[in-house]
Design a protein around this ligand. Sequence first.
Ligand code: PGA
Length: 251
Amino acid sequence: MRMPVIAGNWKLFKTIGESVALVNELKPLVANNKGVEVVVAPVFTALSRVSDAIAGSNIKLAAQDCFWEEEGAFTGEVAPGLLKDAGCSHVIIGHSERRQYFGETDLTVNKKAKAAIAAGLSAIVCVGELLAERESNQTFSVIETQIKGSLAGLTADDFAKIVIAYEPVWAIGTGKTASDAQAQEVHIFIRQLIARLFNQSVADAVRILYGGSVKPDNVKGLMAQPDIDGALVGGASLKAEPFAAIAAFNV
Ligand code: PGA
């Protein structure tokens, strides 16, 4: 069985103090959640303090990006090993906002995913089609290209540290969720592709999260789909109550 993951992507929101306050509010709300991995992804500057705040709780820490080198003359970058040092167990890689605004490509996503795994982090690798691509029936080919490029050269063992997030770009921050069936058909497509590219047991084990306007009132329908193993949540993760309600989809 695949352990579901509910991850909150806080994007460029919250000071250190606000981030610590949010996890302190969240901790008791998710303390009794069974059978779900709860992850939060604050901004870089808050990671270390949030790590201290969640020590001993069942909340895990993710960064929102990383570089692919461990050290060197790379002004402004943050290495996977440093994220580990700050208390992260996870890192989000290739979020559509990074692809859209910061020139992230499947090649850079691939390098980052490999570096994250080498540092012992779990990589939450994001893929998703634009509205124009969906409307011109290119969803599956776009997803196939992104999956092949982003996960190129990984071994079956590496997949223990891979989580995939399917986030249709037109559903992110728009209030427009993919329908349960629209999400499921892409999730099963991704799982069958992983089976072809790697092997069936890797495909059966890999968690595939849905992201894009996930809210307390739509999470149950999404999570009831056989190939949806969790959610990557943006807007609704910025407050403790809706995020805790999403993380309690199974109660
Ligand atoms: P949203 O963001 O939940 O605000 O749509 C999802 C994401 O970008 O991961």
